[in-house]
Design a protein around this ligand. Structure first.
Ligand code: TXA
Ligand code: MG
Length: 358
């Protein structure tokens, strides 16, 4: 509903597409995009996680445009992207040596750290709150853009609010063509799901959104770290973004978790029932799985390496929507390690419809 009323106000503009090879970056193109950021325009750029919808993070008016372009609820704060630690000192207050040690160990990378904000950070970024999320991405193009713009770049994922985050330029264009001044096409995202968000303002760090950096990995650097219990219990989470329907395809989706043979049998019985109702059916399964004989079957790599699943999840969900399937039956994974993060996204895509068959 929010997005509908916001939609009306979006004036369509020409979107310039800049194709950039991240291994051989043409600086002129980056400078052009940086000029647009500095003038208060929106520029979409690749990161290692998903594409970001960027604006000058120190310019409140520019940041307002992000909410309009995405149809994003105003109470959902943005994260600021930086390209060096000096920038962090300007954006956050109360930082200690141990915080900088952490950043040096874990950045650049798929990790957003939440600290108390400095006076430089506009209310549009923090949704009026006292804290700010900061991330130093590792993608070369993102780095070059931030360095050339000489500012922190505020950027949520570059999808329309409620849709899966885009992980390639075609998916970006589907949502954002005509809504931003420029899209930098830098190929497919390496990781495919958004950064791990960690609240550093509590006595011990708390994971507000699970991502590629898992609890087990972060524990080594952040003793005492835990996962926000609200992510499990369904209480109101501290990360505002976690409360919205999100990453969701248009089709109904059900995710199945358990021993492979039992998962297969259960999915086959759902397929039989759905066929009787003449539904167009999609299945998302692992390379090792035998074909299910449905309208669209998409693979998500081998179950022996679920990082491939993370890379393909969001683009697969969009492919099911493009094919207009009515029902998506997805094979899920156990919630351990990176499986926690992947299932966080699959649960949202499935609106909580997870069937455990063990
Ligand atoms: O990987 C990523 O993080 C991508 C790329 C573009 O960097 N960005 C991204 O941004 O996913 P966004 O806005 O889609 O998600 C940021 C999440 C939201 O759930 C938001 O509510 C939460 O971080 N967040 C941002 N600032 C916060 C704050 N000060 N306190 C608590 N949560 C915050
Ligand atoms: Mg997002």
């Amino acid at each position: 509903m929010v997005s509908l009323s916001v939609e009306k106000k979006v004036k369509m503009i020409d979107t310039e597409i800049l194709k950039v090879d991240r291994k051989n970056i043409e600086l002129e193109k980056i400078k052009e995009a940086a000029r647009l950021i500095n003038k208060g325009d929106l520029v979409i750029f690749p990161t290692e996680t998903v594409y970001g919808l960027g604006a000058d993070g120190l310019n409140g008016e520019a940041c307002k445009k992000i909410f309009l372009a995405k149809g994003r609820p105003q109470d959902n704060p943005l994260i600021l992207h930086v390209a060096d630690l000096d920038m962090v000192s300007k954006l956050a207050v109360g930082l200690e040596d141990k915080d900088f040690d952490l950043m040096k160990n874990l950045w650049p990378g798929p990790l957003t750290l939440i600290y108390r904000k400095s006076h430089l950070v506009p209310d549009e970024v923090t949704a009026g709150g006292p804290t700010v999320g900061i991330r130093f991405p590792s993608n070369e193009i993102a780095n070059a853009l931030i360095r050339e713009a000489k500012t922190a770049i505020a950027a949520p994922s570059a999808n329309l609010s409620g849709k899966p985050s885009p992980t390639n330029s075609a998916d970006v264009k589907e949502d954002m063509d005509g809504r931003v001044s420029c899209i930098i096409d830098g190929g497919s995202s390496d990781i495919g799901i958004e950064s791990t968000v960690v609240d550093m303002t509590e006595k011990n760090p708390v994971i507000l959104r699970p991502g590629f950096y898992t609890l087990e990995y972060l524990e080594e650097y952040m003793p005492g770290i835990s996962i926000d219990p609200a992510l499990k219990t369904g209480a109101i989470p501290k990360s505002p973004g976690q409360k919205y329907r999100h990453y969701a395809p248009n089709a109904e989706m059900i995710t199945f978790v358990g021993q492979p043979k039992k998962v297969r049998a259960e999915i086959l019985s759902y397929i039989e029932a759905a066929k009787k109702e003449n539904k167009k059916i999609g299945v998302m399964s692992f390379d090792e799985d035998e074909a299910y004989g449905v309208d669209l079957e998409l693979k998500m790599g081998s179950f022996s390496d679920i990082s491939e699943m993370g890379r393909m999840l969001f683009s697969n969900l969009r492919k099911f929507d493009q094919a207009k399937v009515d029902l998506i039956l997805g094979v899920g994974v156990y919630e351990k390690g990176y499986g926690v993060s992947i299932m966080n996204r699959m649960k949202k895509a499935s609106s909580g419809k997870i069937i455990y068959v063990d």
